[in-house]
Design a binder for this molecule. Structure first.
Ligand code: SF4
Ligand code: SF4
Ligand code: SF4
Ligand code: FES
Length: 986
């Protein structure tokens, strides 16, 4: 008998004995708090077709081929000492602490770098091994400050742990020899310190920066005893390429790289797993807390969207949640020229409800509406649209997706039948060719950007379609095979040209098309894209992209075993945004790149819950689950559940609300967690519309730009203060768990319940899980979703129902949701925003890594150290033509308005195109953008505005007016207590 098979057996999915903590392959059910420290298996999990059985300390263990001896040992419950190994990084084998004995082998191999072999017999403990390990530790400790009691890592330090494990009791070499104990700290990064005196040169930080983050900011400089970690070229962290993602901090086994918040506050006492409230990647974090004080946010290794990685926003920029600017008392005022009056919740809610009813009595049922928030949870968003439809009695509800990804909803629904991305983020690891269109993943979706960069370093080819030379075009160890640097507004022409090459050069996947797609629609599309007007040579003068580059890129994508397209707002925020989305779906269907891993059509959603806010029925024409309000069967379902009659016609979209307000027929608005004044285009028009209303109720955590026009302010709650769920860009529903009590007393969902009850439409929920249960009852794609099920599985990608009880990672596997995939004709129409002698440049807008959207949160954190103002990027030729130098003030004028920013002269831009971010209200980026919008969805054409740029000496008229208005509003806010006193005096 094989001696190994005769032994007690353990497999990599856990032995079931309950005696070890090794069931790494199974999703771990989550409760509200979880252990502070997760198991570290030392080396990454391997996937292999074959398993290998070996014996470790007399116990047989079976693991996938390629697994390290170290990991196999831990799978069998044996923790081999280690310092340079961690399971998020490839093994390096430098510390020599993990030595083992292997029968038949000479010496003491490192278990982290030794792969398992069938029949191998390993010993992890012996006197000799203990002595060798102790010697290693002695060397480390002889050059380490022995300040454990006052060290920030005390109680959570791997070096300390290993000293204990190896039985280190004395250091024979003494502490007086040459050492690094006086090395000076680098405190330049606002969030973490680098204390080289504590560095053991294990290289984990360097590898984390390379493998996990892909920035390559760190090296080990010097040699031998002089080796030290160095950022950039021996620079301070803040002066180097470092993007402050924190991966090195997370990887460091000592206190060398450590969060400043941890040093200041001390070790946390518990951890709660929750979801980042910034971008659509939806990273999981362990909020490590003491009482209700957050000590640090640690990316969660079992987080299925991020697998233990994070970016500077989610990892570090959470201080806004307790910023002194938080408003925690409800306020009301008659006019926006009056000071705010602090009132009780009861008074504020009663006042808001009575105003909404007064307006409806005076101006009709449709004179009010609501805006849901993509920052809030699914449950909160669901309640706001329910309140509008059931309590307001109309369908005047919309969401910020109107201004970002509404064309995705429309375009994907038309072609493939479901308004969402097709893949998991992890799927990119199987892509051979990656096409990025109008997205900037390293800034906008950084954790996904890191995944993508890793795949490109492994050999996948990259095609970037973007007017700017974004970082991913040419970064460390990454170079795009093609950068199609098109002119803003010509996406459709370019996508058609790519399709033309695929059709006319015989690169179609005809078998896929025949089996999966509507043949008539395909024939029509094929004939259309084959027209000479769509040839790259014909579109070159429109797009500015040389024909041979388009041909090369089309061939590369079509020839890929797996071709994946990722796109962002650079696709959707155009007059033909929906057309481009359909054109992208056409490309994927034509090449058979749908329905398996490594391929797909992947919208990179902007805000944390923009997918969810759309799923929850935030659009005026759709009930939850994207079912049209005119569908009587669906309406009857909701009428029965909600005990109310629903209106069958779609309500007003956000731009329609503004127009109606300007014309005097729309008078009241409930805005939860959304800053329409700063984020929507044509600020003059928005401000005029809001000024024309009689009651604006804003629910937010800060007095944002919209709240400056409000009559009722209901204090909102941050993501740390509530329970619920967010749905990320992969359709992944993840839990948001309460870490601290709401500062204002109520979570956002509770406030909507109070308002609805005051309006006479009762809502009775005692916990958000009940709201999700209602969503699941009424929405087929959510039928299997519940808080309990999410806790069991970690997260769930919808659809989740009887057919897919664990959710659906990849969609459209055997057939499209709509049955046959439908090719759509995508004729190109030039944008109305054309360059003219008066406005000879095209302005396009975007985001930057350190700031987020309107900046209300990130501007209230140390992230301003990276970006403290919006700047106008301009090509050197355009700058020289106008006498503009780096840092000069420049006026930017469009037909909508004008503003002033400082110039950044950069060859990132192509001549004729300028670019800015929109994170600071005083920048007035949306004063310039026009009301031109997508033909199908009204999504604004933020990405194309014809402008002139000239040097100026002073702020624009709008900026001066804004400054005065802002000062007045802040003064009215500061005076709120006095107003409350005078109210009491009455
Ligand atoms: S914080 Fe991130 S980018 Fe900066 S050095 Fe560490 S791993 Fe690299
Ligand atoms: S800084 Fe930390 S992770 Fe990096 S080499 Fe030093 S001890 Fe290792
Ligand atoms: S990538 Fe997005 S979700 Fe992840 S930490 Fe950064 S902002 Fe948060
Ligand atoms: S942990 Fe294996 S050599 Fe360091």
């Amino acid at each position: 008998m094989d001696p190994i098979t005769a032994l007690p057996r353990i497999t990599a999915s856990g032995c079931g004995s309950g005696q070890c903590n090794c069931a790494s392959q199974q999703p771990r059910p989550l409760s509200d708090s979880m252990p502070l420290q997760e198991v570290d298996f030392g080396t990454p999990l391997r996937h292999a077709d074959t398993d290998v059985t070996l014996e470790i300390d007399g116990v047989a263990v079976t693991v996938p081929a390629g697994t390290s001896v170290m990991r196999a040992a831990l799978e069998s419950g044996v923790n081999v000492p280690k310092l340079c190994a961690t399971d998020s990084l490839e093994p390096f084998g430098s510390c020599r602490l993990c030595l083992v004995e292997i029968e038949g082998r000479r010496g003491y191999p490192a278990s982290c770098t030794t792969p398992v072999e069938a029949g191998m017999k390993v010993r992890t403990q012996s006197d000799k091994l203990q002595s060798l390990r102790r010697n290693v530790m002695e060397l480390y400790i002889s050059d380490h400050p022995l300040d454990c009691l006052t060290c920030g890592a005390n109680g959570n330090c791997e070096l300390q742990d290993m000293a204990g494990v190896t039985g280190l009791r004395e250091v024979r070499y003494g502490y007086s020899g040459e050492n690094h104990l006086d090395a000076s700290k680098d405190e330049s990064n606002p969030y973490f310190t680098y204390d080289p005196s504590k560095c053991i040169v294990c290289n984990r930080c360097v590898r984390a920066c390379e493998e996990t983050q892909g920035t390559f900011a760190l090296t080990i400089s010097g040699r031998g005893f002089g080796s030290r970690v160095s950022a950039g070229e021996d620079q301070a962290f803040m002066d180097s390429e470092c993007v402050s993602c924190g991966a090195c901090v997370e990887a460091c086994p000592t206190a060398t790289l450590q969060e400043k918040s941890l040093i200041q506050l001390g070790q946390p006492t518990k951890a709660v797993v929750t979801t980042c409230a910034y971008c659509g990647v939806g990273c999981s974090f362990k909020a490590e807390v003491k009482g209700s004080q957050v000590v640090r946010m640690v990316p969660y290794k079992d987080g299925q969207a991020n697998e233990g990685h994070a970016c500077v926003k989610g990892r570090f920029a959470w201080g806004y949640a307790t910023h002194p600017d938080r408003i925690t008392k409800p306020m009301i005022r008659k006019s926006i020229d009056d000071p705010w009056q602090e009132v009780s919740w009861e008074t504020a809610i009663a006042y808001a409800a009575s105003e909404f009813r007064r307006i409806q009595d005076n101006y009709g049922r449709d004179s009010i509406g609501g805006i849901t928030s993509s920052r809030c949870t699914n449950e909160e968003t669901y309640l706001v649209q329910k309140l509008v439809r059931a309590a307001f009695g109309n369908n005047n509800v919309d969401t910020c997706a109107r201004v970002c990804h509404s064309p995705t909803g429309y375009g994907l629904k038309q072609t493939i039948g479901e308004s969402a991305g097709t893949q998991t983020f992890a799927s990119v690891a199987k892509a051979d060719v990656i096409v990025v269109i109008g997205a900037n993943p390293t800034d906008g979706h950084p954790v996904f950007g890191s995944r993508m960069k890793r795949r490109i370093r492994e050999g996948a080819k990259l095609i970037v379609v973007d007017p700017r030379r974004i970082d991913i075009v040419d970064g460390p160890h990454i170079k795009a095979a093609y950068h199609l640097q098109l002119r803003p507004g010509t996406n459709v022409a370019l996508v058609n040209a790519l399709a033309h090459v695929i059709v006319t050069e015989g690169l179609l996947d005809q078998a896929f098309i025949d089996a999966r797609c509507d043949s008539r629609a395909f024939d029509q599309w094929r004939d259309f894209v084959a027209l000479p007007e769509n040839a790259p040579e014909a579109t070159e003068s429109v797009t500015g992209v040389p024909a041979e580059l388009v041909r090369g890129a089309a061939r590369l994508y079509a020839a890929a075993d797996n071709g994946a397209i990722y796109y962002g707002l650079g696709v959707t925020e155009h007059a033909q945004g929906s057309t481009t989305v359909m054109g992208i779906a056409n490309l994927a269907m034509a090449t058979g790149n749908v329905g398996r891993e490594g391929v797909g059509i992947n919208p990179l959603r902007g805000q944390n819950n923009v997918q969810g806010s759309c799923d929850m029925g935030s659009f005026p024409h759709e009930l939850p689950g994207y079912r049209h309000i005119s569908d009587s069967i669906t309406r009857a379902l909701f009428e029965d559940a909600w005990q109310v009659t629903l209106q069958p016609e779609p309500g007003l979209r956000i731009p329609n609300m503004f127009d109606a307000a300007a014309h005097g027929s729309f008078k009241g608005l409930y805005v939860q967690g959304e800053d329409i004044v700063q984020s929507d285009p044509n600020t003059h028009h928005v401000a005029h519309a809001l000024s024309s209303m009689e009651c604006i109720v804003v629910q937010d955590i800060f007095l944002n730009e919209t709240a400056k026009y409000a009559h009722v302010f209901l204090p909102g709650s941050s993501f740390l203060e509530k329970d619920g769920t967010f749905t990320n860009a992969e359709r992944r529903i993840s839990r948001v768990r309460r870490v601290m009590p709401p500062l204002a007393g109520y979570a956002d969902w509770e406030v909507t319940v109070l308002l609805s009850n005051a309006l006479g439409y009762p809502m009775q929920y005692s916990h958000p899980s009940q709201i999700m249960d209602e969503i699941a009852r009424l929405t087929p794609t959510f039928a299997g979703v519940s808080f309990d099920r999410i806790d069991q599985l970690g997260s769930i990608q919808w659809p989740c129902n009887a057919q897919a009880p664990d959710g659906t990672p990849i969609m459209h596997v055997d057939s499209f949701v709509r049955g046959k995939g439908r090719f759509m004709i995508t004729k190109f129409f030039a944008s109305q925003e054309k360059v003219t002698p008066k406005y000879p440049l095209l302005l396009t807008t975007g985001r930057i890594l350190s700031q987020y959207n309107v900046g209300a949160q990130t501007r209230r954190t140390e992230n301003v150290r990276w970006h403290d103002e919006d700047r106008l990027e301009i090509h050197p030729v355009d700058a020289e033509d106008r006498g503009i130098r780096e840092g000069d003030w420049v006026g930017i004028a469009s037909r909508a308005g004008d503003t002033v920013l400082r110039a950044r002269v950069t060859e990132r831009m192509q001549p004729g195109v300028v670019y800015t971010t929109f994170h600071f209200p005083e920048s007035g980026a949306n004063v310039i953008t026009t009301d031109s919008s997508d033909w199908a969805t009204n999504c604004p054409e933020y990405k194309v505005t014809a402008v002139q740029v000239l040097p100026v000496q002073q702020p624009s008229d709008w900026q001066r007016a804004y400054s005065r208005f802002n000062q007045t509003q802040l003064e009215l806010l500061r005076n709120r207590q006095a107003a409350a006193d005078s109210l009491t005096g009455k």
